[in-house]
Design a protein around this ligand. Structure first.
Ligand SMILES: Cc1cc2nc3c(=O)[nH]c(=O)nc-3n(C[C@H](O)[C@H](O)[C@H](O)COP(=O)(O)OP(=O)(O)OC[C@H]3O[C@@H](n4cnc5c(N)ncnc54)[C@H](O)[C@@H]3O)c2cc1C
Length: 505
């Protein structure tokens, strides 16, 4: 008699519309066959960003058995490795040393709920925020270094609680999590592309994987089958680099908008999970980073440079020489305001952001930006107006009004918090801004413990978990800066606890 486990169904990754062209043609939704496993692991983690690395390390430490991390690219880290290294931690030691004693996980969640505009998941955000000090501890214990004495208030947060890695990159964290994992016996495999899920009914039991894959060519390498004895954790990140999918879920995103993400952020594993019934949520909520510069590709320097500009300087429309937004509002608010600046033919009229050069002559953010000509030093209002074709009289008037607001610490026009604003006087550091596609709030619906929810039964798909940017519905309409780093690593802790408790119960 046939044992059911001998006949197993492959997932339907290849059948998924927009991704079909990037998926191998051999795998069809209807295809069934006997699986000959090439190897097995107790826990398989898909993706080697913050989420995957944290999950792997915490799962290994929890004693659930062997842990295998599969990464399709030639290097570990995904978006995490190229990220800006900003990490929101309420009650972090630097914050406390600054005398800020009234912050808490609940305060962070409250800011996130405002930014999420009623669409965020308070229970999951609270679970994450309550693990913030565990995340900080994980970083310190694995050897991550943060900038001494540096803890600032970033857009949309009501407290200074964002610390930053020493070199201003998430690579400072991914490297340490990876090195620690290697020492602790985790098996990491690069160039292993997840092609499909192997399901036994409503339970995931393994993965079809293209070994020795060379991005982006799906004819490279060969397919193998890896059995997952206890769990599969999806930590494959977002899909901002998948132009077809991005356009399908949010046609309003101008296809010419640049993207900050790593090339591998294409979301095919998310689609494969959806084909197995995983419930997608908020797929059309895609965040643009309002600090993008049209004068450099990808993430570049502008995010770091404008961490000065938003606080101390102003943003002015080149169309009329006026301020047009609260420079310290959250990403969604600012992006929308910036993108309204258009010439009559609809093309972007890139607004400028400027602040005093004399206050930051040797700051590495300024030095690098000027060197690479994504920002410029201008010595006078006339030079500023001339270079960017801004009406001069209004420009001077705007700065005069702003300087008066600096003394009163009030911004009647836009309600900006003025505590860090500085009186402006040339020479200025000036750069242009235009948003870039940055982060996917949408993805797979999970419960508070990271179990992937099947939309047909609204129950978890057995042994399938998801954490990090692949998940949806956590942040609602807009994610606050510096909170993804926290989320990914915190959920790596949470998922290891969930797997353990699911195995026991
Ligand atoms: C430039 C930039 C700067 C940012 N700065 C900050 C910041 O300072 N602070 C902050 O909190 N957030 C920041 N973010 C957001 C944050 O970095 C990301 O949301 C976060 O890194 C996502 O982590 P992750 O582990 O979920 O996914 P990722 O880090 O993207 O990792 C996913 C991995 O899965 C792999 N993968 C995908 N598909 C497959 C497949 N089929 N098979 C095998 N592997 C696969 C990918 O190659 C990738 O390596 C930034 C994002 C960007 C792009």
């Amino acid at each position: 008699m046939q044992n059911r486990r001998n006949f197993l169904k492959l997932g339907a990754g290849a059948a998924l519309g927009g991704l079909a062209s990037t998926m191998p043609g051999t795998v069809m939704a209807s295809e069934c066959g006997e699986i000959k496993w090439n190897e097995s692991a107790d826990v398989i983690v898909v993706g080697s960003g913050f989420a995957g690395l944290s999950a792997a390390l915490n799962a290994k430490r929890s004693g659930v058995g062997s842990v295998l991390v599969l990464e399709k690219m030639q290097v570990i880290g995904g978006n995490s490795a190229i990220n800006g290294g900003w990490l929101a931690i309420p009650k972090n030691p630097i914050q406390l040393a600054q005398g800020i004693a009234d912050d808490s996980p609940a305060e962070l969640v409250s800011d996130q709920m405002i930014s999420g505009r009623g669409m965020a998941n308070e229970a999951i955000l609270s679970n994450i925020a309550n693990h913030a000090l565990d995340v900080y501890q994980l970083c310190i214990e694995t050897g991550v270094k943060f900038r001494e004495g540096f803890n600032i208030q970033v857009g949309g947060h009501n407290k200074a609680r964002a610390i930053r890695t020493q070199h201003g990159t998430g690579g400072d964290i991914t490297t340490k999590l990876y090195e620690t994992g290697v020492k602790e016996g985790i098996d990491y495999r690069l160039q292993h592309y997840i092609e499909d899920f192997i399901m036994d009914g409503q339970e995931i039991i393994g993965l079809k994987v293209r070994q020795n894959y060379r991005f982006p060519d799906l004819t490279t390498g060969k397919s193998i089958f890896i059995k997952a004895n206890k769990a599969v954790v999806l930590a494959n990140g977002g899909f901002a680099r998948n132009m077809e999918l991005r356009a399908a879920v949010d046609p309003s995103l101008d296809p010419s908008l640049d993207c900050t993400n790593a090339l591998g952020a294409t979301g095919e594993v998310t689609l494969t999970a959806m084909a197995q019934g995983a419930l997608p949520v908020h797929m059309s909520m895609i965040q643009t980073g309002h600090w993008g510069s049209p004068d450099e590709g990808g993430f570049g320097w502008s995010n770091a440079l404008l961490s000065i500009g938003w606080h101390e300087g102003i943003s002015v429309s080149v169309l009329n020489g006026k301020r047009y937004m609260n420079e310290r509002a959250d990403r969604k608010t600012c992006s929308a305001a910036i993108m309204k600046n258009r010439y009559q033919d609809g093309s972007p009229a890139y607004p400028v952001v400027f602040f005093n050069h004399k206050d930051h002559p040797d700051d590495d953010r300024v030095v690098r930006a000027l060197r690479d000509e994504m920002a410029w030093k201008v010595d006078s209002f006339e030079q500023l107006a001339g270079k960017f074709n801004i009406p001069l009289t209004q420009l001077k008037q705007t700065v005069k009004e702003f300087n008066a607001q600096v003394s009163t610490r009030q911004d009647p026009l836009f309600g900006r918090k003025m505590d860090t604003a500085v009186e402006l006087k040339p020479p200025f550091v000036v750069s242009r801004v235009w948003p870039k596609v940055h982060y996917c709030m949408g993805g797979l619906k999970t419960d508070i413990g990271a179990r992937v929810i099947d939309g047909r039964s609204m129950k978890p798909i057995k042994k399938l978990y998801a954490i990090g940017e692949v998940t949806g519905g956590v942040h609602g309409e807009a994610r606050l800066s510096s909170t993804s780093c926290l989320e990914c690593m915190a959920m790596g802790i949470v998922v290891s606890e969930t797997i353990k408790s699911d195995l026991q119960g």
